[in-house]
Design a protein around this ligand. Structure first.
Ligand code: NI
Length: 269
């Protein structure tokens, strides 16, 4: 599948889960801005067949290579980011995975057992990024239990394979050319920003500043009822040049730790 088709399909699914992202995208367009994606992020588990290496397959086929790796110790995550060498317009692909050996035996067993029942047809690596929720059935009770320990695990249990967030490149905006101007615009339109760790994560010295909306709530049918839970969020990234004058292209583990909390409405209330 060609990149454009991949991104269109991911965007379509993402905006149907997260209508705020579509509204914000339209606001930028109405303001005369051309929205470019800084990166697109995915979540998974470190189980063979669905780990980062499996998930990234369609991007590798389209010329992406590994450009960075990250450890989020507090959240028990390992992540990698991918780029197309020489193509500054291609969004970075950021994929994190939960390290099951580092979480509680409870979470580890839930996923290992649930994984045994997954329809293997869904796990074809060429299409895995579109597979959505792979566990069937899912229960709200289990979602809440996972959430007690790991918001990340709970999100993945329900939403599975889809873009967790798209990220607007602030550098590519003309009028709203700073993360603070973007945040002011979003607040003017009534969007809620993730304030965990401050509205802006990262510093100019760290060469990357990011902010994000709080995730929209979506209704999900569980085997034990229908509930509204947070889905995906929209993110904004401003990058600064490094000592060589090159725009920094990586991700910073400490601030990304806070960004992960954009799907954690309960903690932010
Ligand atoms: Ni991100």
């Amino acid at each position: 599948m060609e990149l454009k088709a991949i991104f269109d399909r991911l965007w379509h699914d993402y905006t149907s889960q997260n209508p705020s992202a579509r509204k914000i995208f339209n606001i930028f367009n109405d303001e005369g801005e051309n929205v470019v994606n800084d990166h697109i992020a995915f979540r998974t588990l470190d189980l063979e067949d669905i780990d980062i290496n499996a998930l990234v397959t369609p991007f590798i086929k389209n010329g992406y290579v590994t450009r960075g790796e990250y450890h989020f110790e507090e959240k028990h995550l390992y992540a990698k980011h991918f780029e197309i060498p020489g193509d500054k317009n291609a969004p970075r692909i950021f994929i994190s995975q939960l390290i099951l050996d580092d979480v509680s035996p409870f979470i580890r067993e839930v996923f290992r057992e649930a994984f045994l029942t997954v329809d293997r047809k869904k796990l074809d690596s060429s299409n895995l990024i579109f597979a959505g929720q792979i566990f069937n059935p899912i229960s709200y009770r289990m979602y809440q239990m996972l959430r007690e320990e790991s918001e990340y695990a709970a999100w993945f249990y329900v939403f599975g394979f889809r873009a967790n967030h798209f990220t607007v490149s602030v550098n590519a905006l003309k009028k709203y050319n700073s993360i603070y101007k973007v945040n002011d615009l979003l607040k003017k339109y009534g969007f809620r920003l993730n304030t965990s760790g401050g509205e802006v994560k990262g510093t100019r010295e760290e060469l990357l500043q990011q902010s994000s909306t709080m995730a929209d709530l979506v209704r999900v049918d569980f085997e034990d009822g229908t509930y509204e839970i947070p889905s995906c969020y929209y993110e904004f990234a401003q990058r600064y040049p490094d000592a060589n004058g090159e725009l920094y292209s990586g991700f910073i583990a400490t601030s990304a730790d806070k960004i992960f909390e954009s799907t954690n409405l309960y903690k932010n209330r």
